[in-house]
Design a protein around this ligand. Structure first.
Ligand code: SF4
Length: 911
């Protein structure tokens, strides 16, 4: 039976076939131990595929999924995966996960055929009593249910997708949801991924802002950095090392001495959850302890809204005729519209009577807002010495080379080789988390380092519209900074109306499905579809997610293995491993640069992700996820037609010329995309290993910096962040008009905390965890590791990764505790310890180390899964998620980003 648990005992032939070529990570040890025979299915002589050789591939062992590979195929088996040295992004490199890709495909714990649940009782500890069924039966069962709900009320169908299906999501699942008419398309990984708001608002830096690593000379990393932390092969570690070697100073502010901190100029250990104090006291130092002329006054006046006059209501004071924001002209001693006077004449301080109100330049308000945030204040909360903060602030400003320029292709740019990168971890604290980034933007604007060579830019390919200003002259909010429309009662299952600036809210989705009345949802969900992630394990509050799956009448998944979410499903649709996925991968690379782009080699590049799997023998009765979505669209009756699934899919994939009157093959789809993007002469057949990767640069040289398109004062960045203030005001009014006194789930008395972050200038507030009872005297924190960065790619069930990390990294599956902290509690290295928060416990072996802050407890990755039907290795390691809560009554959800508190107060003791 294809879905039996794996047994050992393949024949010697199976052993030899693999041994012929396997040279990737750890393979030699498996072969020597004779253990590979228990891992790879036998290939019979009849099944042997002809055509041994090297074939082009594209890795998908992480969300990024853009490292170009060469796959060596022998007798239909992939025996080696290498980075393609001709690829402009990964240049031959692969991270540990890419090297271990073979074991995703040949994992004996894969789902091998469609499955149907026969036990109606649903629970994580219930045996689903799966039976194998045909694809016809599986698709008919799902399709019939989908068609019925589609007729009745499409909102009752909810899709939860993860990074494992990132490409298929954009190419197939998103079009499916659009045609189906359900707004309930909920990314499953939201709580740790909510760090896009201020980047989207200020300079369209989404997913986040990155430094120009070819030129930058001083980078402050707060939280996760752009590469080494999670081993991003295409733009991470080597870029860092190259920058350090040419003299760039990297300052890492982190409770843990991370890989980049260990190689960086300086590690600044900080108490978890207090990064806000570090950046605001840097801002204090710059505004109160430096002369304004040490900063980039030209940029402040010309490139930001800092000179705009603000009234007592926090709004811009505007010209009555044109409605344009006013600045105070110090030469003419009167207020004038921002575009009707030389910006250098604008006042940055003082108070002025304008339009009958007292108006103040925005920079003055920013300065006032941080007047008590001295480095000494920050030290008292964060433990970072005041002298260190002052020194770093001064180093940052002196490295900015204010006044210097650089000429690229004959165009003169300001040259500001400094950046502040506020990332995951630092973001995951309600209210103050997003504002840590908001202040990081202000600091960079004070030295003029946004969107210029050497400074910080966005991930999107440079293009003329990216920095387009609104009528007020300030770059208009884009992407996730655009507030979602209010609707009450809500259509959206995940409470997005109440969190209009949030990224995604899977936890609130789960709560609302379980308890729709509390969340004012006027319907009951009938179908849940999950793919590319494992929402039960990837989110906090496992119990709530279990209840959600138990409650919904029908759920189906596309799965590689029987993870927790698959165990709860009614139908499991087994999907291909990416190594055997046919032909091509539609990739975000068509529109977005390789993730974390930071050098000229990848900036503005577009790539075609070709996978030639024609000579790779598929192992099981699985399907390509795009094919599955076409099948389901067919069952629902909207595959073809003018605005049918194929039409929408072809438009979204960038292949508008595709014949949508009939179902195309995946090869036809791939070729259409290839021709549209790279020229009519291109063919899939021509995309061979010998020909090398297909890519092109959309722009070059000076066109690779957004300043080129919007120079001087043609656009301005938000420094006085008026947008969240306005969104908060509207939200308050909407809630009141709906007759509510609080956001669902929140206590009425916590509403001021809820709205605290919806303001224009920074303001400190104590979070629930920083004010926990004294017995919880440490703070847990979490990070993604090179082996296990996300819950996708089935890295947790990958035996090569598991054994390699166990063997070579004593920190991977352990709980990190500082030497002094451990000593006080009588804890020794290797002792089994319990970390206990107010919400749950995690257990594991102590790693006593100097590499973690004395007040911090480090629990890496997303270990400790508990599926009863997966490879037991997924359960290895302590489970960080158990320590966190999703409860609004604990003020755990950030009202701006939707991120969940990830710095729970804990106590630690020996088991
Ligand atoms: S970073 Fe690693 S896992 Fe991600 S695509 Fe590249 S090689 Fe694959």
């Amino acid at each position: 039976m294809p879905n039996e648990k794996p047994k050992s005992g393949l024949t010697r032939r199976g052993f030899l076939e693999l041994s012929a070529g396997t040279a990737a990570l750890g393979a030699a040890s498996y072969l020597l131990a004779g253990r590979i025979s228990t891992l790879v299915p036998m290939v019979s002589a009849a099944d042997v595929y002809k055509g041994d050789g090297w074939y082009p591939g594209l890795c998908k062992m992480c969300m990024q999924g853009d490292c170009v590979t060469r796959n060596h195929v022998v007798n239909g088996i992939v025996v080696q995966v290498e980075g393609d040295p001709r690829a402009p992004n990964n240049a031959g490199r692969l991270c540990p996960r890419g090297n271990a890709a073979i074991m995703q495909m040949y994992n004996p714990w894969r789902v091998k055929a469609p499955l149907k649940r026969t036990n109606p009782k649903k629970g994580l500890n219930e045996d689903p009593k799966f039976v194998e069924i045909s694809w016809d039966e599986a698709l008919q069962t799902v399709g019939t249910r989908l068609a019925k709900v589609h007729q009745d009320d499409p909102r009752k169908f909810v899709m939860v997708s993860g990074f494992g299906q990132f490409a298929s999501y954009f190419s197939a699942m998103l079009p499916f949801m659009q045609i189906y008419g359900s707004p309930n398309d909920v990314p499953s990984r939201g709580q740790a991924c909510a760090y896009h708001f201020f980047g989207s608002l200020v300079h369209m830096a989404i997913p986040d802002s990155v430094a120009d690593m070819d030129r930058t000379e001083y980078v402050i990393n707060i939280g996760r950095s752009q590469g080494p932390n999670i081993a991003v092969a295409s733009s991470g570690s080597k870029v860092y090392v190259d920058a350090i070697e040419r003299g760039c100073k990297i300052i890492t502010v982190d409770p843990r001495c991370s890989p980049e901190a260990s190689k960086a100029h300086e590690w600044v250990p900080i108490k978890p959850g207090t990064d806000f104090t570090f950046v605001t006291s840097m801002l204090y130092t710059m505004l109160y302890e430096m002369d304004i002329n040490q900063l980039d006054v030209w940029s402040i006046k010309n490139r930001s809204n800092a000179p705009y006059l603000i009234g007592p209501d926090g709004e811009y004071v505007v010209d009555k005729a044109s409605q344009k924001p006013l600045m105070w002209d110090e030469v003419e001693k009167r207020a004038k519209p921002f575009d009707a006077m030389p910006s250098m004449n604008a006042a940055l301080s003082g108070t002025y009577e304008v339009n009958g109100v007292t108006a103040v330049p925005a920079l003055q308000l920013i300065k006032d807002s941080v007047k008590t945030y001295t480095p000494e204040w920050a030290e008292s909360i964060s433990t970072v010495p005041a002298a260190t903060i002052r020194r770093i602030a001064n180093e940052f400003v002196s490295h900015a080379k204010i006044g210097s320029t650089i000429v690229i292709d004959g165009f003169t740019f300001p040259f500001r080789p400094v950046a502040v990168q506020v990332e995951r971890g630092a973001w995951q604290h309600p209210s103050i988390g997003p504002w840590t980034d908001g202040v990081g933007k202000i600091i960079q604007e004070l030295v003029g380092s946004l969107e210029v060579p050497g400074g910080a830019t966005g991930n999107f390919a440079p293009q003329s519209m990216i920095l387009s200003p609104g009528d007020d002259g300030v770059k208009a909010p884009s992407a996730e900074a655009v507030a979602k429309p209010w609707k009450f009662p809500p259509d959206l299952i995940d409470s997005h109306s109440f969190y209009p600036l949030s990224h995604t809210l899977p936890s609130l989705m789960a709560k609302a499905i379980v308890d729709p009345k509390t969340y004012h949802i006027p319907y009951e969900v009938e179908i849940l579809f999950s793919s590319g992630g494992n929402p039960i394990h990837a989110n906090f509050a496992r119990d709530t997610f279990e209840k959600m799956y138990a409650k919904v009448p029908f759920s189906f998944t596309m799965s590689l293995t029987l993870d927790e979410t698959a165990v709860m499903a009614d139908i499991v649709l087994p999907e291909d491993s990416f190594l055997e996925r046919q032909s091509f991968e539609f990739s975000l690379l068509q529109v977005v640069q390789p993730h974390k782009v930071s050098t000229a080699s990848t900036r503005s590049i577009a790539m075609f992700g070709r996978r030639d799997t024609s000579k790779i023998q598929k192992l099981h009765n699985t399907k390509n996820s795009v094919d599955i979505m076409m099948d389901l669209a067919d069952k629902c009756g909207f595959l073809t037609g003018d605005m049918g699934f194929l039409k929408i899919m072809s438009l979204m994939m960038g292949a508008p010329q595709l014949d949508c009157s009939r179902r195309p093959t995946l090869d036809e789809l791939g070729e259409a995309i290839l021709k549209t993007g790279y020229g009519d002469e291109k063919t899939l057949a021509g995309c061979t290993d010998a020909a090398g990767p297909v890519y092109k640069y959309k722009t070059n040289g000076k066109e690779n910096f957004n300043y080129y398109y919007w120079p001087d004062n043609k656009t301005r960045f938000s420094m006085y962040h008026i947008h969240p203030l306005r969104v908060g005001r509207k939200l308050r009014a909407d809630i009141k008009e709906a007759g509510l006194t609080a956001v669902p789930g929140w206590k009425e008395e916590d509403m001021e905390f809820f709205f605290h972050g919806f303001r224009a200038t920074p303001n400190w507030i104590l979070t629930e965890e920083l004010s926990a009872p004294k017995e919880y005297d440490l703070w847990a924190f979490n990070w993604k590791t090179p082996g296990f960065p996300f819950y996708c790619g089935d890295t947790y069930g990958n035996v090569w990764l598991n054994e390699t990390m166990k063997k070579f990294d004593p920190y991977e599956f352990a709980i990190w505790i500082n030497t002094e902290t451990a000593k006080k509690r009588g804890i020794k290295d290797g002792d089994t310890i319990i970390v206990e928060s107010r919400y749950g416990k995690a257990q594991g072996a102590a790693k006593v180390t100097e590499l973690v802050h004395p007040l911090a407890i480090g629990v890496p990755a997303s270990h400790g899964a508990r599926s009863t039907m997966a490879n037991p290795i997924v359960s290895d390691g302590p489970n960080f998620n158990a320590l966190c809560t999703i409860e609004e009554t604990h003020r755990a959800i950030d009202p701006i980003s939707g991120g969940i508190e990830e710095g729970p107060a804990v106590k630690v003791y020996k088991a």
